[in-house]
Design a protein around this ligand. Structure first.
Ligand code: WQD
Length: 337
């Protein structure tokens, strides 16, 4: 089977491509390098000893996308490509709507034109907004508080309407919680542009000396230690969830939706402590005011994915931190080095 992976040079895509290749799939990767590096593709090829058919194409270039589908006999698509910085989306919503929504519509139109009706969509727990209770199931109400999250929810709604109109589509919507970690080789990992927005890549740069101190965004939340609680999931577990979703689509399920999380919530302080164990040193931190838009606590109920995909996350927070530290130590400047 040949899988086309959009955003194919990115963090989660590179880990998914590795598992696809190891699982015997052929991979066509498409990326415009807005937030990624061709080096990640080369590293996955080296780690697997297999080739990726790569195209530097922007999903906004519909003609170029058509040429790929005309050339490659694609069986299914995993759609990762999209801008994903919450704060940035607030300051430039139109760029997010254009890139994420128009890019997705181009992709869906070309898929339909070439009769490729199997799609795995990279959604996010952000579509749950601030859940009234935890753990979160797929039946929880959906609400968003920023343009990035709105694009994820709007794409989900488009996919539900498409599925209702044409039952020949098989679509798996995967709602990621907080992906962190890296492949155990330390050769691929998260390589954010500039100063990381997210907690673990920021901690990793403090541990490596690239940044001075960790800023804890608030310790007055209604949580055990007052800091934000999230469901951190190892990126390799997440990647393996995509393989299970591709297998699920072979059974013509129509549209299905799954939380991909561990079902365990960790606070900011828990993460700092686990990362200190991984790197073998105390890490400096200061308590800052809350970050606008942050919620206190969320973590998944991953039962549905276990029952319907036969998937569970097996890598613990210690391995997530150890694997991040190895990647950061081997690649202090990410792929640029
Ligand atoms: C985690 C916790 C912060 C940075 C976001 C997006 C979500 C998904 C994952 C794309 C929170 C605290 C953070 C820091 C801190 N992205 N924090 N200091 O906000 O849960 O989710 O990234 O799909 O859509 O919303 O992740 O890592 O930014 O924050 O204290 O320097 O760490 O307050 O409690 P978040 P995060």
């Amino acid at each position: 089977m040949k899988i086309l992976v959009t955003g194919g040079a990115g963090y989660i895509a590179s880990h998914t491509n590795l598992e696809l290749l190891n699982g015997g799939y052929d991979v066509v990767a498409v990326d415009n390098f807005i937030n990624s590096n061709i080096e990640s593709v080369k590293r996955v090829e080296k780690l697997t000893g297999k080739k990726i058919s790569f195209y530097e194409v922007d999903l906004l270039d519909k003609e170029a996308l058509r040429e790929i589908f005309a050339k490659e006999k694609v069986d299914a698509v995993i759609h990762f490509a999209g801008l994903k910085a919450v704060g940035e989306s607030v300051s430039m919503p139109l760029r997010y709507f254009k890139n994420n929504l128009s890019g997705t519509i181009n992709l869906l139109e070309v898929m339909e034109e070439f009769d490729v009706k199997n799609l795995v969509f990279s959604s996010s727990a952000t579509v749950y907004g601030d859940p009234a209770t935890v753990p979160v199931t797929e039946e929880f109400p959906l609400s968003v508080t920023n343009p990035y999250g709105r694009t994820k929810l709007m794409i989900e709604e488009m996919l539900r309407d498409i599925s209702n109109a044409d039952k020949t589509w098989n679509i798996a919507i995967l709602r990621y919680f907080n992906p962190i970690g890296a492949h155990e080789s330390g050769d691929i990992g998260e390589d954010p542009n500039g100063i990381p927005n997210n907690l673990v890549p920021y901690i990793a740069k403090v541990a490596s000396g690239a940044l001075e101190t960790i800023h804890v965004f608030g310790n007055d939340y209604d949580t055990p230690d007052g800091t934000g609680v999230r469901d951190y999931i190892h990126v390799v577990d997440l990647a393996l969830g995509h393989i299970k979703a591709i297998e699920k689509l072979q059974k013509n399920p129509g549209l299905v939706t799954y939380n991909l999380g561990t079902g365990v919530g960790y606070s900011v302080m828990d993460i700092i402590e686990n990362y200190e164990k991984a790197c073998g040193k105390k890490l400096p931190y200061v308590i800052d005011p809350r970050r606008p838009g942050d919620i206190a606590e969320t973590y998944a109920d991953p039962t549905k994915a276990k029952e319907e995909l036969g998937w569970i996350a097996v890598r613990g927070i210690d391995k997530m931190c150890e694997d991040t530290y190895r990647w950061q130590s081997k690649n202090p400047n990410g792929y640029k080095s």
